[in-house]
Design a protein around this ligand. Structure first.
Ligand SMILES: Cc1cc2nc3c(=O)[nH]c(=O)nc-3n(C[C@H](O)[C@H](O)[C@H](O)COP(=O)(O)OP(=O)(O)OC[C@H]3O[C@@H](n4cnc5c(N)ncnc54)[C@H](O)[C@@H]3O)c2cc1C
Ligand SMILES: NC(=O)c1ccc[n+]([C@@H]2O[C@H](COP(=O)([O-])OP(=O)(O)OC[C@H]3O[C@@H](n4cnc5c(N)ncnc54)[C@H](O)[C@@H]3O)[C@@H](O)[C@H]2O)c1
Length: 461
């Protein structure tokens, strides 16, 4: 006999935990099903520990910028406090009791185990907290993603690292090859290089961070080189071997890239295969859970977070979670709107981005103008001097006279992006943005310069 409850949430990462917690707080009987740790990838192996690592790497980099600016320092990197913080402050040594208690403290019930659908509203949990539940109001699938491992010959047979191994490392490796020059690969490559690891990044596409503006990838190649990171772009791996303590990645060019460790950071994939989706008429072979603007995948079945394929970011998971909370509670509110989806890659300089890149805007058929401003040429960038690399790039839909995308790279690139996210989301006219006051001397004054460049910039096509 299945136990009757109001809602079952499968997967208690940032998305699932938010939905389950909010619904439990509102008085519903909610079962949260989790196969690993309550909190998901972000606090234990993703955002939080990686940003602690980045904070440490950035401190070293700032200290190294002292000569010529503020005197002399001796910098001796030590990974021990970073590994210690990750264990003690971020992950409780990968123990989720605090998160589990937070959920049950809101009135939720945690079922530890692997959940799968067994028909509309029905969820079977295999594991220590197992059982069968029938949800009166609905089921929420928030099962996240796994590392995507490309079919490079030999790769599956070698003991490569994923983000989880880097986060858990008690010592940094002497050398590291990073397969994939996206967000994970670059953030981790830069940190480890700053702690003394010899790092090479192998990126198959023509530039680093290929989903962002090409200017971002070009700039990152230069700044990473200064950290000692070799970035090989347009580099296709044709084979991987592991002999003794050495990983060898052979490239199409014939070059071999060798290192003590190999990190695979070639994207994340949604795995719907074992979720019983066929029992509710959905395709378990789909690339992502197909949901509508209210995150509904089927009657009484919602999707939240990475699994929906709208952007593998914690803020997307939380945003979608809130929409599902409203839907389940029958509260009014807008449908999901991804026009101003913000991204921040926390390299130094940070790469902030929102909305469409120039290429995406042109592919949508928009008439586009772009404006560019260089951070080192701005007053604040010039004052900042060491570590001042960056730029602001704006993408305007000429016919509507509004920004549809922006990229803000610089020492506070992620923060500078926020104002532009508001402009994209609210469709603030470019004309109005031009007649605002931008505080002097901030990094965000680069926005004003990039707006001026729009006026004098590319001729509309
Ligand atoms: C190294 C790294 C750094 C990152 N940095 C950032 C960042 O700075 N900013 C940012 O916004 N995002 C970042 N991300 C992405 C972010 O971690 C994810 O977008 C976020 O965790 C997605 O949340 P989610 O709830 O959709 O899924 P997840 O966090 O993946 O959680 C899904 C949960 O579901 C559980 N689960 C799966 N299947 C089942 C099942 N059948 N039954 C029960 N439980 C199941 C899993 O065990 C997991 O706990 C980073 C990711 C990585 C890997
Ligand atoms: N700061 C953040 O918000 C942050 C940080 C880390 C991760 N994330 C999230 O996690 C997701 C996954 O990160 P990721 O870096 O693994 O994925 P990604 O999709 O951002 O980058 C993967 C990179 O690997 C490259 N690649 C794919 N196959 C390859 C191959 N065979 N050889 C060489 N290169 C190959 C791709 O061209 C791409 O540049 C991100 O897209 C992002 O949504 C966010």
């Amino acid at each position: 006999m299945a136990e009757q409850v109001d809602v079952v949430v499968i997967g208690m990462g940032p998305g699932g935990e938010h939905v389950a917690g909010r619904l439990a707080e509102s008085g519903l009987s909610v079962v949260g099903v989790e196969a690993e740790l309550v909190g998901g990838e972000c606090p234990y192996w993703g955002c939080v520990p990686s940003k602690m690592m980045i904070r440490a790497g950035n401190l070293l980099a700032e200290a190294r910028r002292v000569p010529g600016m503020a005197g002399a320092v001796r910098v001796e990197p030590d990974w021990a406090p970073v590994a210690g913080r990750i264990r003690d402050e971020a992950t409780d040594d990968w123990n989720d009791q605090v998160a589990a208690d937070r959920f049950t403290g809101k009135g939720g019930r945690l079922a530890r185990g692997r959940g799968r659908l067994a028909g509309p509203g029905r969820v079977v949990v295999d594991g220590p907290g197992g059982g069968e539940f029938q949800a009166r109001l609905g089921v929420v699938v928030a099962t996240g993603t796994k590392p995507s491992v490309p079919p490079v010959p030999g790769l599956a047979e070698v003991p490569f690292w994923t983000n989880r191994d880097v986060v858990a490392a008690k010592e940094v490796p002497r050398s590291l090859t990073v397969l994939g020059g996206g967000a994970i690969g670059l953030e981790l490559a830069q940190v480890l290089a700053r702690f003394g690891t010899r790092v090479e990044v192998v990126e198959a596409m023509a530039g680093l961070l290929p989903s962002e503006e090409p200017e971002a990838g070009e700039l990152l190649v230069k700044v990473l080189r200064r950290d000692g990171v070799v970035a090989r772009t347009g580099a296709r791996a044709t084979g991987v071997r592991h002999h003794g303590d050495t990983f060898t990645v052979t490239l199409e060019s014939g070059d071999d890239v060798t290192a003590d460790r190999l990190l695979v950071a070639t994207g994340r994939r949604v795995d719907l295969t074992d979720l019983g989706l066929e029992t509710v008429g959905l395709d378990p072979g789909a690339r992502a859970l197909p949901v509508d603007g209210r995150l509904l995948a089927a009657p009484g079945l919602w999707g939240v977070g990475d699994v929906t394929g709208h952007g593998a970011f914690t803020h997307v998971a939380m945003y979608e979670a809130e929409i599902v909370v409203r839907a389940v509670l029958g509260e009014p509110g807008p449908a999901a709107d991804y026009r101003a989806l913000p991204r921040v890659t926390f390299t130094d300089p940070e790469v902030g981005a929102v909305g469409l890149t120039e290429r995406q805007a042109r592919e949508k058929g928009l008439r586009v103008r772009t404006g560019l401003a260089q951070v080192p040429a701005s007053t604040r960038g010039w004052i900042h001097k060491a570590g001042n690399e960056g730029l602001v790039k704006l993408v305007e839909d000429v016919d509507r006279g509004v920004l549809v995308g922006a990229t803000t790279i610089g020492p506070a690139g992620g923060e500078v992006m926020y104002g532009l996210a508001v402009a994209v989301q609210a469709g603030v006219p470019v004309e109005a943005l031009r007649h605002m006051i931008y505080a002097y001397p901030t990094f965000h004054r680069g926005v004003e310069e990039a707006l001026a460049d729009l006026r004098s910039g590319d001729t509309p096509e």
